[in-house]
Design a protein around this ligand. Structure first.
Ligand code: ADP
Length: 714
């Protein structure tokens, strides 16, 4: 055998040897792999390109619930849900790489299994490896976990709601520990309050009956040192699975302390109180540790889940809110208490005020009733008229006289109640009263039966504290009878005076001649008697003249000759006329005439001035002075003033002296030679000029007589 053939032989032999070795090895491998394949926990299947099952292991039969015979030759998709498409999966996988996914296996016994598959393509050409793992239990566990979490969330909201609904802190804390114990299935849950001195106390607890109570137990400072407090104040949460495990890092004294209560595992979350809860964005340093929410496990160590931790933390936050609310409530209650006391006081005062007011109102009502009774019983018209000239009050007489009801008068304007004509006569007086003057005048009114009555009317202005005229009181009295008598008297006097005047004039002339002695001299006594007779005749003449003057003015049968005249001229004329009398009485007359144009009957105004001057001289002592002045009071009115330094007039007589035959002292007519008619005449003259006349006086110091007249524009 050549070397070459021998070597070829040896190679062949070697090849033969080596191929038999490889076959052996393969067989060996096969023998090794087969049981592994068979005994593998996961279902393993080999498929062709279409997904047809070529080889499967025992776990596959178990997973599919079918025998090998029933499975081999079938398509994998025959047993899966419709979503799983073998070929699509295969095309999406690169050669040699793997694809993992999930599919639903539909077993012939109707049981569904959720399966995770891993597909490795072409483990040998056109042969693909599918490993199937039953994940049904894992999936269900995840579902359970999810369901459990949902349950917890629901329970948590329930507890939160309970906390929020109650304002009683004790009740909130009790509900919290009970619910937490129930949710966490913990053996003990407690709320521990931290006191400022570092000690603390369990103030609420829910514990299974077989374990000792911690409630109301005060913890010594050593088991809860200062540094722990600071850590908790910063928000530290501690979940200790095994308190005895050195990794838990619990101090020996603390372990000794907690052993008394069978504590094996514990979960601690701080309850913080925000000191500036009303301010936004407060840093954590503003938080103060109020206490701890603690869960214990007592029969064995326990690993606390994140969810449990979170739940405890959130509940601790809810307790913080409840604490703030309770604090707020406490403050609120305090405020309410104070406020209630204040309100009670206010109420009492108000009640008192109401009672007082009611009494006052009652008294006022009674007094008003009495006043009304009195006002109604009087035979005069009494009324109150406001600034708008509307009746605000009137007595019964109004209704009786005018035949109008209260509603027809109350609130009505004077003009509507009295009619146009009557109102025209009262208008200027009403204006004067509303300007603040007391006014008295006479008027003619028509009653309900058409009968005309003479009335005396007085308006008294109603002035308030600010000196503003609010209205006026009106008093109207029937003077018809008096007027009738006066008329009769006037007529009588007029007739008598006329009849007296002629013989009196001749008597007076005769006496005057006799007094001169031209017709012979008389004895001294005779002469004296003659002079007395002459003086008295003169007085009688004056009286008759005055009576006739007054009667003439009052009768209205004469017409004043009004024209523009200079007030200064009238003043001078009157003063000059009275100068001799003044000299006789030793009285000085001082006139300050001013050139003012007035609209007047000059003769009558001079008569009025001389009347007033004569009175002023008469009632002044010798060497006294009488001043006559004039001034503008308004643009359209002048005021004449006659001031003397005489005896003065009492206040009560200032009005009445303008009446006929009225004198301050009845002896005046005898002593001063007066008639008591001068001022009445003056008043008539001034009134005929639409002016007003009045007197002001201080007893013993003197009097001032004033009258106004219309002025022409200067
Ligand atoms: P007689 O003619 O009485 O003066 P009058 O009507 O002029 O009548 O005056 C009425 C009364 O008024 C007088 O009697 C007097 O009492 C009083 N009287 C008038 N003027 C004055 C005065 N200037 N000073 C004091 N009393 C006066």
């Amino acid at each position: 055998m050549s070397k070459r053939s021998s070597s070829r032989q040896s190679l062949r032999t070697r090849n033969h040897k080596s191929s038999s070795t490889t076959a052996n090895q393969r067989q060996e491998k096969q023998q090794l792999l087969q049981p592994i394949f068979e005994k593998a926990c996961d279902a393993i299947a080999v498929t062709d390109d279409l997904g047809c099952l070529i080889e499967i292991n025992a776990a596959s039969c178990q997973l599919f619930g079918l025998s090998r015979k029933a499975l081999v030759g079938k398509l994998l998709t025959d047993f899966t849900n419709a979503d799983f498409n073998f070929e699509r999966v295969r095309f999406s996988v690169q050669n040699g790489s793997q694809q993992t996914g999930e599919l639903n296996l539909l077993r012939p016994d109707g049981i569904r299994r959720e399966v995770e598959y891993t597909l490795t393509l072409n483990v040998v050409p056109h042969r693909h490896l599918v490993i199937l793992r039953d994940i049904t239990d894992r999936k269900e566990a995840a579902q359970d976990e999810l369901w459990c979490q949902r349950q917890w969330v629901e329970l948590f909201s329930e507890v939160t709601l309970k906390i929020r609904q109650s304002l009683q802190l004790k009740e909130i804390l009790r509900a919290t520990v009970t619910e937490v114990q129930r949710i966490l299935q913990a053996d003990r849950v407690l709320i521990y309050q931290v006191f400022p001195d570092g000690t603390g106390k369990a103030i609420s607890e829910a514990v299974l009956p077989e374990y000792p109570h911690i409630l109301d137990l005060e913890f010594p400072e050593e088991v809860f040192p200062e540094e722990y407090q600071q850590l908790y104040a910063q928000g530290r949460v501690r979940a200790i699975a095994d308190v005895h495990n050195p990794d838990a890092g619990l101090a020996d004294c603390l372990i000794e302390f907690i052993d008394q209560f069978d504590i094996k595992a514990k979960l601690i979350v701080p309850i913080l109180q925000n000191l500036n809860s009303h301010q936004q964005n407060e840093s954590k340093s503003q938080n103060q540790l109020w206490g701890l929410l603690i869960a214990h496990h007592c029969d064995r160590p326990r690993r606390w889940g994140n969810f449990e931790l979170e739940l405890m933390q959130q509940l601790a936050d809810q307790i913080s809110i409840a604490l703030a609310q309770a604090q707020l409530l406490e403050n609120l209650e305090e405020i309410v208490e104070v406020r209630t006391a204040e309100l009670k006081d206010v109420n009492r005062n108000l009640q008192q005020e109401i009672n007082d007011r009611m009494h006052a109102e009652e008294a006022l009502r009674r007094s008003e009733e009495q006043l009304r009774l009195i006002a109604n019983a009087l035979p005069v018209l009494i009324a109150y008229v406001d600034k708008q000239q509307r009746y605000r009050f009137n007595n019964q007489a109004y209704e009786d006289w005018l035949g109008q009801s209260l509603t027809e008068i109350h609130g009505c304007h004077l003009q509507d109640v009295w009619g146009e004509d009557c109102y025209q006569r009262m208008h200027s007086h009403v204006e004067a009263a509303l300007s603040g003057y007391v006014v008295t005048y006479e008027n003619e009114i028509a009653l309900k039966n058409g009968i005309s009555r003479s009335v005396n009317i007085t308006y008294i202005p109603h002035v308030d504290e600010q000196n503003t005229v609010k209205g006026f009181f009106s008093l109207v009295s029937d003077i018809s009878d008096r007027k009738a008598i006066e008329r009769m008297k006037d007529e009588f006097i007029s007739v008598v005076s006329h009849e007296l005047r002629t013989p009196l004039t001749s008597l007076h002339s005769a006496l005057k001649i006799l007094v001169t002695g031209r017709l012979g001299t008389l004895s001294t006594d005779g002469q004296q008697m003659l002079e007395i007779a002459d003086e008295n005749t003169e007085r009688l003449v004056r009286l008759v003249n005055n009576v006739l003057d007054l009667q003439r003015i009052e009768s209205g049968n004469f017409k004043m000759e009004k024209q523009a005249c200079n007030a200064a001229d009238l003043m001078i004329q009157a003063t000059e006329a009275m100068q001799p009398m003044a000299q006789q009485h030793g009285v000085t007359l001082v006139t300050q005439p001013v050139d003012i144009q007035i609209w007047a009957d000059s003769d009558y105004i001079v008569q009025a001035l001389t009347n007033l001057l004569s009175n002023a001289i008469k009632f002044s002592s010798p060497s006294r002075t009488v001043w006559l002045t004039i001034e503008f009071v308004q643009q359209s009115e002048v005021l004449f003033s006659l001031r003397d330094e005489g005896q003065g007039i009492p206040q009560s007589k200032l009005e009445s002296i303008f009446e006929r035959f009225q004198q301050v002292d009845s002896s005046d007519s005898r002593k001063k030679g007066g008639t008591g008619l001068g001022l009445a005449i003056c008043r008539k003259i001034i009134e005929q000029h639409e002016g007003r006349i009045w007197a002001e006086s201080t007893l013993g110091e003197g009097s001032t007589f004033c009258f106004t007249l219309p002025a022409l524009h200067s």
